[in-house]
Design a protein around this ligand. Structure first.
Ligand SMILES: [Zn+2]
Ligand SMILES: [Zn+2]
Length: 344
């Protein structure tokens, strides 16, 4: 089968090549991949900025159909349409796994960097990591459930958004837009989507089209002043960073209300943040971080998308055959694309 492979360590070394079709083992199923999304992580692996074990097929956001069952599969049947949590190789024994947090198990190696991923026609997945998708959900939308579950995990489960909250989201990439949509689904009264000059084209235009109450370029508007004006000087209930930009992160406490919440989603790429710790103390803020996705965040994401409350498929800007992966990567790197779905 044709697969997009990171062939060795270093920058680049991505190649579309022929790879053997995998066979499902005990408790595993074989999925025919129908749609698979490109994530920022895939670009980081290309640039050698994220751990990976080459040679490895990239891709961890996927939806597909079960075409073969390994021995001892109990819960799924041929033809089931599914998505899967990328928590493969989590040990099942450590403190984190035993407390329901395999997503941060030290042994975890996800499809797409730790083991072979979804940028190909067939992928083997353990049955226990699958979720069924509703009949009325198309595969392209289902392929966006992984980043959607990430947004749900951060905004609902970690930050604990409350209906009626005033929310600021910094960084209008796919994850930022999905966090904003999740906030709307959870009943936010006002979502401010904030971006920087490179976001001015596609990303902020998309944010406007999605109907967020305020969409701003921070190079043109003083974000804190604007938030204070809109909240009668009180500040935002919840500020979410999806940019990973140290300066943006340092600005979060100033625009939060006293007893408000900060949620860290974006990664800084190893850069440290000069952060106003005292402001957090004097405002008595709650700060929370979130990594990856929980089992429950997948169930919530599937339900919210299926019910039409969270239009996750809206963040898809391009659909392409796998063979056009190179164009897709370039468009994303240049901020001319949001979520790109590849069809193997
Ligand atoms: Zn991802
Ligand atoms: Zn573990």
């Amino acid at each position: 089968m044709l697969a997009l492979v990171k062939t060795q360590k270093g920058k680049g070394f991505l190649e579309l090549m022929d790879m053997p079709e995998p066979k499902p083992g005990k408790g595993e199923v074989l999925l025919e991949i129908k749609a698979t999304g490109i994530c920022g992580t895939d670009l980081h692996v290309r640039e050698d900025q994220f751990p990976y074990w080459p040679p490895v097929i990239l891709g961890h956001e996927f939806a597909g159909e079960i075409v073969e069952l390994g021995p001892d599969c109990k819960y799924y049947k041929l033809g089931d349409r599914v998505v899967g949590e990328p928590h493969t190789k989590a040990c099942g024994q450590c403190y984190l796994c035993r407390t329901g947090n395999p997503q941060i198990c030290m042994d975890k190696r996800s499809p797409g960097w730790g083991i072979h991923g979804s940028f190909c026609k067939y992928l083997v997945m353990p049955e226990h990591l699958l979720h069924k998708i509703p009949d009325n959900m198309d595969f392209d939308t289902a392929a966006v459930l992984e980043p959607t579950a990430n947004a749900v995990h951060n905004v609902i489960e970690r930050a604990g958004i409350v209906a009626g909250d005033f929310v600021v989201v910094i960084g209008p990439g796919p994850i930022g837009l999905l966090c904003g949509l999740t906030a709307e689904a959870a009943g936010a009264r006002h979502v401010v989507m904030a971006g920087a000059p490179p976001d001015e084209g596609m990303r902020l235009e998309k944010a406007k089209a999605l109907g967020f109450e305020s969409v701003v370029n921070v190079a043109k508007v003083d974000l804190t002043e604007m938030v204070m004006d809109l909240t009668n000087g009180v500040g935002a209930d919840l500020v979410i960073d999806c940019s990973g930009a140290p300066r943006a992160i340092a600005g979060m406490p100033a625009m939060a209300r006293k007893k408000g919440k900060l949620q860290a989603v974006g990664l800084t790429g190893g850069r440290n943040v000069d952060f106003p710790w005292n402001t957090c103390s004097t405002k008595s803020l709650d700060i929370s971080f979130g990594m990856s996705t929980s089992y429950t965040s997948w169930n919530r994401a599937i339900a919210l998308v299926a019910k039409g409350l969270l239009p996750a498929g809206e963040v898809i800007s391009h659909r392409m055959p796998l063979t056009e992966w190179e164009t897709a990567f370039e468009e994303i790197a240049a901020c001319r694309a949001l979520k790109v779905i590849l069809h193997p």
